[in-house]
Design a protein around this ligand. Structure first.
Ligand code: ATP
Ligand code: MG
Length: 290
């Protein structure tokens, strides 16, 4: 693997972050024909590390995926994580909140879906929707049943502070957090929407709502920029992943996950003398069976 393929897409200090500095068509120095083999190798390494993560049962890993429509979240999740043991993996897709969810604070529903120790949890959309779609559409905020006195000009800054604090809390308790913004260009999104309209087997993916959201492109990008600026941290970095070429997206996401897992010091638990004696006793018992 090219040394630290993911590193140049990592943002862990948002102070100077500007989305316009990032190119959605960046190929990350990868050749397309190498990418498949690279992804295969990263997948195998990820599976080994996941096995140790599960056996060690100390860390949990939270992977957050955010993007504009048709940026390839679903495909990235499917391809990158396809080699993992499903028992150690939990994927949750966040849609518009239910009545029960709206009866709680905005982080509640995400808190209930966090991965257990030893597991990898994937958020397909996440708590970030609360400072993205909700920010772009004030009517959604109005339906959130907040006491009016609390809905002030500072609400987005406050939410971003609360998200950053929530993630710091999780990190301090043993959750390794990686956040992926799949950065697709407006032109590429148009092409992918047209494919969804043109190809019958892709029609089901198309939603008229997607065109409405596309109309708010600049507002979404401003909201993403603010969110990344406010919440990028060494313990919860963002990866601004080029998404115009799907093979690039998948390799960068896989590399970021493998690199982070490798930093965790994962290892199979050591068996102490007493447990070893129990293993030997079990062996003796099995061997004595006629
Ligand atoms: P696909 O790419 O397959 O269309 P998707 O993630 O867009 O997948 P959809 O079911 O099309 O899934 O859309 C989910 C919708 O739920 C999105 O429009 C998203 O903005 C919205 N949503 C998610 N969280 C919230 C939230 N907290 N408040 C309001 N809307 C939300
Ligand atoms: Mg959608």
């Amino acid at each position: 693997m090219p040394k630290s393929l993911a590193h140049r897409f990592r943002v862990d200090d948002g102070a100077k972050f500007r989305l316009k500095d990032w190119d959605p068509a960046d190929e990350a120095g990868l050749a397309k024909d190498e990418a498949q083999a690279l992804l295969g190798g990263l997948g195998e390494r990820m599976a080994e590390l996941q096995d140790q993560l599960y056996a060690q049962d100390r860390w949990s890993v939270l992977l957050v995926f955010q993007a504009m429509d048709a940026a390839g979240k679903d495909g990235a999740i499917r391809h990158v994580l396809s080699g993992l043991n499903p028992q150690g993996c939990q994927v949750h897709s966040f849609k518009a909140p239910s009545d029960e969810e709206l009866d709680h604070d905005f982080l509640w529903r995400c808190a209930t879906r966090l991965p257990e120790r030893g597991r990898i949890g994937v958020f397909n959309r996440s708590h970030y929707e609360e400072v993205l779609v909700v920010r772009v559409h004030p009517a959604i905020l109005e339906d959130q049943k907040l006491p009016p006195a609390l809905v002030t000009q500072s609400i987005w800054t406050e939410r971003l502070e609360d998200i950053a604090a929530f993630e710091r809390h999780l990190a301090r308790n043993g959750t390794a957090i990686l956040k992926f913004f799949l950065h697709v260009s407006r032109d590429e999104q148009k092409q992918r929407f047209l494919e969804r309209l043109d190809e019958p087997e892709k029609n089901w993916k198309f939603s008229a709502r997607d065109i409405v959201e596309r109309g708010h492109w600049a507002a979404y990008h401003a909201a993403y920029e603010d969110a990344i600026r406010a919440t990028a941290a060494p313990h919860a970095p963002w990866f601004v992943v080029p998404a115009d070429k799907k093979w690039v997206t998948r390799c960068v996401v896989a590399a970021a996950i493998v690199e982070r897992l490798q930093e965790l010091g994962l290892a199979y638990p050591k068996v102490d003398a007493r447990a070893k004696a129990e293993l030997e006793a079990a062996r003796a018992k099995l061997m004595s069976e006629s």
